[in-house]
Ligand binder design. Sequence first.
Ligand code: NGQ
Ligand code: ZN
Length: 457
Amino acid sequence: MRRFLLPLARLETGWAENVLVEVDAEGIIASLQANAADQTGMLRLPGPVLPGMANLHSHAFQRAMAGMAETAGPEKDSFWTWREAMYRFALAVRPEDLEAISAQLYAELLCRGYTAVGEFHYLHHRPDGGRYDDRAELSWRILAGAEIAGIALTHLPVLYAHSGFGGRAALPRQSRFLHDLDGFAAMLDKLGPAFAKRPDRRLGMAPHSLRAVTPEMLKAMPDLLPEGAPIHIHIAEQTAEVEECIAWSGQRPVQWLLDAMPVNAAWCLVHATHMDADEIRRLAASAAVAGLCPTTEANLGDGLFPAPEYLAAGGAFGIGSDSHVSSDPAEELRLLEYGQRLTTRQRNVLAGGPGGSTGQRLFDAARKGGAQALGQKMGLLAPGYRADFVVLDHDAPSLFGKRGDALLDGWIFGGGDNPVREVYVRGRRMVSEGRHIRADEIARNYRAALKGMAALI
Ligand code: NGQ
Ligand code: ZN
């Protein structure tokens, strides 16, 4: 057993002092006790401790194109013009590049306080659609990136077969993404054993969107993995997508999905930006998680998630960095609230009522919803949960002099400095003095990958 002394820690019930945490050989919290005495053999952490945050939605390769689609094109720019740029970029990514980019991204995420990531992975094949010798080649590269950075991973291989509602034929530039159901199932089988053994690895799956799979494929998917395995899907992100879904089925995307599939706590509906009142109520009641990616949704011009109505209905949510225009959970939560402030012209819209701290409510909801969506025992400092510690610098400008939940408000709204000082995953320190322990090597490999790709873009 390793023993840690947390001078100040955010437990489920609130902040506690001098918390003794015992961590077993697997990196799981075995016991936890507040108001403990400092004894020899304990590692005393150097600041207030939060549980690690789950990042529930990532397309790792897009880390390397963040900032590269910000010049106006000949026509009005939109999500769909960005997607063309992204498709071009995706064709240049080689296996070794994906590993290097993933390691860089995951190290950055750790430095900001995410300790697990849900990788919504659809880059499967060679650029011409030909298969790699190992059909899971690019999944192994994601896993290697996670291993190098030391982040927990829920890997979500994506089933992608069509370019639009009604089984429209896929486009040539989508050929790296495509599977039939049998090929997809074979890939899952191959991956399964590598994800079975460790508390920081989980295998789920993802129908890319209602555009990319047929109802028959979607209905066959839950049987491909054991009951309870995470299932993520992009849904209702763009208004054009909602209109096409109505033209195809007579129903809106969230409505269609909730009617067609047994959506439960294993599901994560990513974006779910465009919902009517009935969809909001039904999604909230389904126990599924809404996967919100506020910085990407802003960057891509998606629209605003109806957060006040959804939270009032008791809906669960988590956050993701998606296209990685930000690596900071505080920024995702800040923007979630600011979108509402800008449209309602009010303040503390998502605080949950008088006396509520906005930072506390958003942080607690996102850590719980994120852990649920990733199917990982994390996001809570309690026995049985993974020992993922985010140690804050109490002397950071955003936190200095603050106590209790004001620390969460300071982190999220207090100026945008990064107060994350140390990060532990499974009780192992991956970030020290604000830097990833392998930062230099990871950055070197990232630069080499981008250099090699530059010729291909
Ligand atoms: C993706 N990204 O799969 O990377 C998508 C765009 C699509 C976001 N939705 C592609 N943010 O939805 O067709
Ligand atoms: Zn996405």
